[in-house]
Structure formats: structure tokens, C-alpha cells
Design a protein. Structure first.
Length: 94
């Protein structure tokens, strides 16, 4: 993952880790991610395409599953959706 991962990068990493834990050769599907995160497949699809962003509750679930600090994941999500450079920098320094 990059220094400040995007929602897509977090989801890709989660899909790979779940596949590894389940002994699968490829990352799990969006459908499987949706089941694990207890959301719809459409929600996962919208996050992947950047149409919407992870909420704080789901970002915390993703952080827990990836063994990351939830504040870091939430800050990355806020930085990703920030409308200007100053706000993006503010979230990245949180």
C-alpha cells in the first residue's frame, strides 16, 4: 500500500488478506467483501469506483481486519474525499 492508501487500496489489501487466510489463490470477490463487512455488494462497488467513500464505522472495521490504527484509516478516507489541497494535507497530518 502507498503512504496514504486510498479506499480502493484498503479494499484490495483486505481482499488479498482474506483470500490468504481462506487458502484461496486470488483475492476474494466484492460479494465476499460485502458479506464480511456486512454491507451490500453495491456499496463495495461504489467504494471501489470512488462514487462514495467508506464511512467511519466501516473504515474502523477495515482497519481492524487489516490490523491498522482506525484513526489512520479514517484520516486517509477523509483526505481522499477532501475537496482541496489544504484539507487533504490536514487529514494526512492527523
Amino acid at each position: 500500500m502507498s503512504t496514504y492508501p486510498t479506499t480502493r487500496e484498503f479494499l484490495d489489501e483486505l481482499a488479498q488478506q482474506i483470500a490468504h487466510r481462506e487458502g484461496l489463490p486470488e483475492p476474494v470477490s466484492d460479494y465476499r467483501l460485502a458479506q464480511i463487512l456486512q454491507v451490500s455488494k453495491q456499496a463495495v462497488s461504489k467504494w471501489r469506483t470512488g462514487k462514495t467513500y467508506l464511512g467511519e464505522e466501516i473504515a474502523s472495521k477495515v482497519a481492524e481486519r487489516l490490523d491498522l490504527d482506525p484513526v489512520f484509516v479514517v484520516s486517509c478516507v477523509h483526505a481522499e474525499r477532501a475537496q482541496n489541497v489544504a484539507l487533504r494535507q490536514l487529514w494526512r497530518t492527523s
